[in-house]
Design a protein around this ligand. Structure first.
Ligand SMILES: *[C@@H]1O[C@H](CO)[C@@H](O)[C@H](O)[C@H]1NC(C)=O
Length: 499
């Protein structure tokens, strides 16, 4: 009934390609799907070994470091957070004392400070953070001590070492070479945060090795066998995270590597062969919508905004044009997990409208809008969605990333699913808005003392509660080194049975 009405509606639009009407005719909702996480958008925590061949793999793009002058016992600091000189007078370190690496190669880096300027050299070798972009003169070699790699000296582009002459005078003019603690050029480096996304792995391996490493990964991480396994174990769709660079295949801008669209082609071929559907999920957008590893960010700053809308719509248009006619296409998700308030409602609403229109030029497949992470109401896009057809809202549910869940007992975590999650989801479903999709959830939760039986009950609770979601759900993820995050492992070990 719904489908007939829809067909009628779209037949009235002359530019619409009639060949793609067929694709959603056999789409049985709700979908029971699994995410193919860490396949076409790298997330190092899910498979750390993929980074093992990188030299200085602890110094990737976006790594946040702090430098303690061993002589002064004070931290280097971008005074005022940036825009002026570097000083060495802080007894403890937080934001202004933290430098984000941009990796030039295994030992040369730019340093980006709190307010985003880059560290470089001023008059008489004075070290300052005033540059808006990295230049050659803003490149520093991190020289690590043999056997004590976090004892470092920083060689500036003039060939001389950076020294903390005094608490207020940091210059790049030192010619000595000792590792003694009294040496003003010696620092104790602390790594306070790391990123392991697509930017980090491709730039880490560099242009000579990255293409081969990524190709091996794409060919081996997900194979036809996996689609066979998924389809025979009760799954009927995959949600495939992709990055913006896919639209420039086979020659994406460095450091990204060409070939991910061929891998996505394979996903369609295999899905169609095993009677499954594909949800394409634009997971990483240029300039990052949330600062997370999986947004493709270089340094963790969340910078996606108005000025990125056009180029992001172009990525959606590429995907819709390339896959719009495929029988396996179930939906295109316009952007994964935009984070409020940085990703503003206005910018997103404008983007969602334009992205939806771009999809509709090529296909009647469902269009998925993500609810924003952070302090935002998942219904905030419902009024926008009411002007759209075949549209879905995606909400992600994790009993993780908050002390709230780790301080709850196992039973309280399970009750939270049956009470809070169920009522939240019920409210969305009954709001008479778009279809509802729980696009990410997992069997792991905020207790590390749960028993096998507990994990089974926790998974059961979520299947019970998310089952009624009108578009369906997708487990995060298919494959992961942490067992409870891997649906493959959960099925093979009888924690979850979908048949
Ligand atoms: C790394 O980059 C620096 C600065 O551009 C350059 O001088 C050096 O030769 C490079 N090293 C390698 C191994 O490419």
């Amino acid at each position: 009934m719904v489908y007939l009405a829809f067909l009628l509606f779209f037949n009235l639009i002359p530019c619409f390609p009639s060949s793609s009407h067929a694709q959603n005719a056999n789409l049985n909702l709700p979908l029971r799907a699994v995410n193919l996480g860490n396949w076409l958008v790298t997330e190092g925590w899910m498979q750390p070994s993929r980074f093992d061949g990188i030299v200085n793999k602890d110094l990737l793009d976006g790594t946040q470091v702090q430098f303690l002058s061993t002589r002064l016992n004070k931290y280097l600091c971008a005074e005022s957070g940036g825009g002026t000189i570097i000083v060495a007078n802080r007894a403890s370190a937080s934001g202004w004392e933290t430098f984000r690496l941009w990796r030039v190669n295994a030992s040369y880096f730019n340093f980006r400070v709190f307010f985003k300027q880059f560290v470089g050299l001023g008059n008489q070798g004075v070290v300052q953070a005033v540059l808006n972009g990295p230049t050659n003169s803003a490149t520093f070699e991190i020289v690590r001590r043999n056997g004590d790699p976090n004892k470092v000296r920083l060689r500036a582009s003039n060939g001389l070492f950076l020294q903390a002459q005094s608490e207020t005078r940091v210059t790049a003019d030192y010619r000595g070479s000792s590792w003694d603690d009294w040496d003003p050029s010696v620092f104790r480096m602390t790594i306070v945060n790391t990123l392991q996304g697509e930017y980090q792995i491709t730039n880490g391996y560099g242009p000579d090795r990255a293409p081969q490493v990524m190709q091996v990964h794409w060919n081996s991480y997900i194979t036809e066998q996996d689609f066979n396994f998924m389809s025979s174990n009760g799954l009927d769709a995959v949600r495939v995270p992709v990055g913006w660079w896919i639209a420039q295949d086979p020659n994406p801008p460095r450091p990204f590597v060409g070939g991910s669209s061929r891998a996505l082609d394979n996903a369609f071929t295999w899905a169609e062969k095993y009677g499954m559907k594909v949800i394409i999920d634009l997971h990483a957008v240029k300039d990052s919508q949330n600062g997370n590893d999986h947004s493709g960010t270089r340094d963790g700053f969340q910078e996606w905004g108005d000025s990125n809308i056009g180029e992001t719509v172009a990525v959606i248009e590429y995907l819709a044009a390339r896959y719009g006619g495929r029988l396996g296409l179930a939906a295109i998700e316009l952007m994964n997990e935009p984070l409020a308030p940085g990703a503003t409602f206005d910018a997103l609403a404008k983007y969602y409208r334009a992205g939806y229109d771009a999809v509709r030029k090529h296909t009647d497949a469902y269009v998925i809008l993500s609810a924003r992470l952070g302090p935002a109401d998942p219904q905030e896009f419902f009024s926008l969605a009411s002007s759209m057809n075949r549209v879905v809202i995606d909400v992600h549910n994790y009993n993780l990333f908050s002390d709230m869940f780790s301080s709850m007992s196992v039973q309280q975590n399970i009750d939270y699913i049956y009470n809070q999650r169920a009522s939240d989801l019920g409210r969305l479903i009954s709001a008479n808005g778009p279809r509802v999709f729980v696009g990410e959830w997992t069997g792991e939760f905020g207790r590390n003392d749960a028993s096998t039986e507990d994990y089974k009950r926790f998974a059961r609770a979520q299947l019970d509660v998310y089952g009624p979601a009108t578009f369906g759900w997708a487990y995060w993820t298919y494959k992961c080194v942490y067992n409870h995050w891997s649906l493959k492992w959960m099925i093979e070990n009888n924690y979850i049975n979908l048949n």
